[in-house]
Design a protein around this ligand. Structure first.
Ligand code: C5P
Length: 277
């Protein structure tokens, strides 16, 4: 069983969790930033922030939201109040444990730019950082613990992953006469047993992630668009990236079907953040 770290730096590196919530969420079709979309009576962002706080690993939670979004700003402030109120109602549970500082920053035009904005706002004492998608609102605490325990054990970079259940193929657009038959042609089949689907939170030694993002800032627009996670940038530095077990509930809420699944998880008999096997 995973042990539950607390917010005390004596247990490991001083840790910040960056929650990126500045995406437009167009694929969800709600006409509003995804972080604001209702899920089980609260917003996707509120669920994500509660998950981070419940994990108890962060001295700071730094949230990147769309610039000028007063509603998301208010949701972050309400969450801070909720943390303080919980502490007042159960003072014994909080003995010797500091409440995380909640910082709100303006996100950027890309996910990587949002992460960079948050990196610039971390407290000076920060040693380790976890970067988490707000869209993975129901990530179990156990996943945060696995990532932060790997960092405490000496990993410089660590990501949560899941085995891939589908066979995965590479394709290219069909050209010439073939275009009348089907839009794409298969070019190969990846070896499924070596494939992993990657989730967040992704954990890093702070200096390494900062270096990786400094390098990324000089990429051209095409290269920057191809950067879909932070570990990719760290891999480019030649730093080993370790992998721990993720969880099915960490699905990234992207499409209307994902939202239906997330609602089902919230209402289901197993509880919000149950842990498989
Ligand atoms: O677009 P995608 O689903 O990959 O976004 C993953 C996460 O990154 C989401 O939580 C989203 O809010 C965040 N994001 C961001 N700033 C952007 C684009 C995405 O914080 N410019």
């Amino acid at each position: 069983m995973d042990s539950a770290p607390t917010n005390t730096s004596a247990d490991g590196p001083v840790t910040a969790v960056i929650v990126v919530a500045a995406g437009s969420g167009q694929r969800l079709g709600y006409g509003m930033p995804k972080a604001k979309v209702p899920l089980g009576g609260d917003s996707i962002l509120t669920h994500a922030l509660r998950g981070v706080a419940a994990a108890g690993i962060a001295q700071q939670i730094c949230v990147a939201i769309p610039p000028g979004d007063t509603e998301l700003h208010a949701l972050c402030e309400a969450f801070t109040k909720e943390l303080k109120a919980e502490r007042r109602s159960t003072p014994a549970a909080g003995q010797g444990v500091q409440l995380p500082v909640v910082t709100i920053v303006d996100g950027g035009a890309t996910r990587a730019a949002s992460v960079r904005a948050a990196l610039a706002a971390l407290l000076p004492a920060t040693e380790a950082v976890l970067v988490h998608d707000a869209a993975r609102a129901l990530t179990p605490e156990a996943v945060f613990h696995r990532v932060s325990q790997a960092l405490a054990a000496g990993a410089v970079a660590v990501i949560p992953v899941m085995p891939v259940v589908d066979t995965v193929k590479t394709v290219e657009p069909t050209t010439g006469d073939g275009a009348a038959i089907a839009p794409e042609l298969v070019t190969g089949t990846a070896a499924r047993e070596t494939l992993r689907a990657v989730q967040t939170p992704q954990g890093f030694e702070l200096g390494t992630l900062r270096r990786a993002h400094e390098t990324a800032a000089s990429l051209d627009a095409g290269q920057a668009a191809a950067v879909t996670d932070d570990a990719m940038l760290v891999e480019l530095l030649g730093v080993p990236v370790h992998a721990v077990r993720g969880a099915s509930q960490s699905l990234k809420i992207t499409t209307p079907l994902d939202l239906i699944i997330a609602e089902g998880l919230l209402e289901g008999p197993l509880g919000v953040r149950w842990v498989e096997g």
